[in-house]
Unconditional design. Structure first.
Lengths: 328, 358
């Protein structure tokens, strides 16, 4: 087999795994959009906040330490204990649920019935707010996140591909873990939506707010539930991205990367988010591999958006989105 | 008492359709012009010019531009930063290629170039709507910034990848470059703001502006009553990009002087201008000014308050700024989705009836 083809296969495989990471973020968007029609720009910042909180709890940092020190002239940074990874993840999940309740109580309750674009802008505001709070709480330095996920080259894939092609593929263990976690997460979410009472309420609200309200479903409750789920998805995405490249500001920018994924997959479809993520991941990797060197590289900055733009011109509702029907 | 139509008789059609039908508004407008032209240029200092006045004027142009597209025509754009970069790089190329060309022509040509690019990226708006379009404009943002970073021709093969504005004179005074004086730069920007705001005001209340608003309110219904969506949407993109391009060009030539594209025209700039028009008020010229003033003054005010007065760390003040800006945006959207402009017009309504409550 020619070398170029084998390289292309490796690039594709890596692109697929990268796509899974995008899909993880996109998933949170879809959950909220389906249930409340809110296009949640803050999803990326939620991932950042969750990862920051996780690191903070793990290392026993004092929340708002900088601020307290600055105001009272003290010098406190650590509580002096370390929390095991699993307990820290659970505590962070609780924080994200608290955040969901606050966001619903103070912001989105008051915006029910507003135009989608107003809601979108409100989530941009929320994103800024949360980013500032995250910086104030935990500081803005880059942090290392380590919850015990294996990293580095996956030896078994390396060995298998070496036997097959005479060339070992470089696949990161972390990416493989992310793919497995994403699969479990999606399976769990679908099962939750299909087989539990809360899941059914969630689907009813997604279908028609008013009808759901009239059969006695508490909208407030369902929305808090959905925001909590999105917060937990953000936590998972934050853990994965944070272990990969450190917890830092740029983590919140993956939200922007998730947008073309959503546009490809359709805003309302969970499988769409996954497949859209895979398409973007592979397309981006292959484009950079094949065309990138000719035009100066770093094409992954914009390729996803242009792909989504071109795609949308032909199919405005995305691959799996519901058909757009407009009435005057 | 003084804010009334009463006693202000209109005796001709021209009187009847003037921009400020109420005498008090008119005098206020002349007053602002008089202060802007007659007093500020004589008392301006470098600090005031570079910290507040010039960024305010430049961002006001950008905000008017985005407001035409988003507030009047209802097409949300997150590509403002990219379009500003087009204006900046066009003016840079023109300044270096044609050293004899005067700054007014260069700035206008930069706007025209940006308008063409804007129309190109506006074409998908005929098929894509709402935030699908907002995301599509991100393609413009990231692609343009990447382009200006990667193609050396745009920055004249300079080693640093930066562009630096050479010195250019206008009527014998330096407008750009390190030797330009504060009052020259101020007046140059002021002239652009004055003319562009005047044009925008008259465009938005004329036939084309009504078409934009019809498209914004409901595009299918507008199409049925005979508005051509192709023309309306693309003209909104063209006019809006023209303004944004001029703002980008001025930001580079007059204000910053040297620019690294990802830093000065990144996605943050798109959001900054978007926040200006949300806080100021969508679909309002006054709102564009109010929003620009607010977003320019807020960081300065916070810095003076937290860093200079209370002696806090600069980084901490920046974080606070995020919290406050985010909080204010949510607050405004909940309390008054139409922004400062609506608050202003409510105040005027009250003033009209004053001293009677109803």
């Amino acid at each position: 087999m020619p070398d170029q083809l084998i390289f292309a296969m490796e690039v594709t495989l890596n692109g697929l795994l990268n796509g899974v990471m995008y899909a993880l973020v996109a998933l949170g968007f879809v959950l909220i959009f389906k249930a409340s029609g809110i296009f949640n720009y803050a999803q990326g910042v939620m991932a950042l906040f969750a990862a920051m909180t996780l690191v903070g709890i793990q290392q026993g940092r004092v929340p708002f330490g900088h601020l307290i020190n600055e105001i009272f002239g003290t010098d406190i940074h650590y509580f002096g204990w370390e929390v095991p990874a699993l307990a820290a993840i659970l505590l962070t999940a609780l924080v994200m649920i608290g955040f969901a309740i606050l966001a619903q109580q103070f912001v989105f309750r008051h915006l029910v019935g507003q135009e989608p674009i107003i809601l979108f802008m409100a989530t941009i505001g929320l994103a800024y707010f949360l980013e500032g709070v995250s910086d104030l709480m935990w500081g803005s330095e880059i942090r290392n996140l380590d919850v015990g996920i294996p990293q580095g080259i996956n030896d078994s894939i390396d060995a298998v591909t070496f036997d097959l092609f005479g060339y070992g593929f470089f696949i990161d263990n972390l990416d493989v873990t992310a793919a497995i976690v994403a699969a479990i997460l999606v399976g769990g979410l679908i099962a939750f939506a299909q087989y539990t009472k809360q899941g059914r309420a969630m689907r009813a609200v997604a279908d028609d707010h008013q009808a759901a309200l009239s059969v006695g479903i508490k909208l407030d409750y369902v929305w808090v539930l959905v925001w909590s789920l999105a917060g937990i998805v953000a936590l998972v995405a934050g853990i994965m991205w944070g272990s990969k490249s450190g917890v830092q500001f740029s983590l919140s920018l993956i939200a922007l990367k998730a947008l073309p994924v959503l546009m490809l997959g359709g805003f309302t479809s969970i499988p769409g988010a996954i497949i859209g993520g895979l398409i973007i991941g592979v397309g981006e990797a292959l484009f950079e591999f094949a065309i990138g060197p000719m035009i100066g590289g770093a094409t992954e900055n914009w390729f996803a958006y242009v792909l989504a733009l071109v795609f949308l011109v032909f199919r405005p509702q995305g691959l799996f989105g519901e058909k757009i029907i407009e009435r005057v | 008492m003084f804010y009334r139509e009463a006693g202000d008789f209109k005796t001709s059609y021209a009187d009847d359709s003037q921009t400020f039908p109420i005498a008090f508004d008119r005098y206020r407008y002349y007053f602002v012009l008089a202060v802007g032209l007659g007093i500020i240029p004589f008392v301006i200092t470098d600090y005031w010019a570079s910290a507040i006045l010039i960024p305010f004027l430049i961002y006001a142009i950008a905000a008017i531009g985005l407001n035409i597209l988003t507030g009047y025509c209802g097409q949300v754009s997150l590509g403002t930063g990219g379009f500003m970069a087009v204006g900046a790089y066009t003016s840079y190329k023109l300044m270096t290629a044609f050293p004899w060309m005067d700054m007014v022509t260069i700035t206008l040509l930069s706007g025209a170039m940006t308008a063409m690019v804007g129309v190109m990226f506006g074409l998908p708006s005929l098929r894509i709507k709402g935030f699908y379009l907002a995301v599509a404009t991100l393609a413009a943002q990231f692609f343009l910034v990447w382009l200006f970073n990667k193609v050396p021709w745009f920055y004249n093969y300079s080693a640093s990848g930066q562009i630096t504005a050479p010195e250019r004179l206008l009527f014998g005074h330096a407008v750009t470059g390190p030797n330009a004086e504060a009052w020259v730069k101020y007046l140059f920007c002021f002239a652009f703001v004055f003319v562009l705001a005047w044009v925008a005001r008259n465009l938005t209340r004329g036939a084309i502006g009504r078409q934009w608003m019809a498209i914004r309110d409901m595009d299918i219904a507008a199409e049925i009553i005979g508005v051509n969506p192709l023309r309306a949407k693309l003209s909104a993109f063209a006019v809006s990009s023209f303004y944004v391009g001029i703002a980008g060009a001025l930001l580079f030539t007059v204000y910053l002087g040297a620019v690294e594209v990802g830093e000065a025209y990144g996605i943050q700039k798109s959001f900054l201008v978007l926040f200006m028009i949300i806080i100021g008020g969508l679909g309002s010229l006054f709102g564009s000014f109010a929003g620009a003033a607010f977003m320019v003054l807020l960081p300065v005010a916070l810095k003076v308050l937290l860093v200079d007065t209370m002696g806090w760390d600069t980084a901490l003040a920046t974080h606070f700024q995020f919290v406050i800006v985010g909080g204010l945006i949510m607050f405004f959207l909940i309390v008054e989705p139409h922004g400062l402009a609506r608050l202003w017009s409510l105040a005027k309504e009250k003033l009209r009836l004053w001293p009677f409550p109803h």
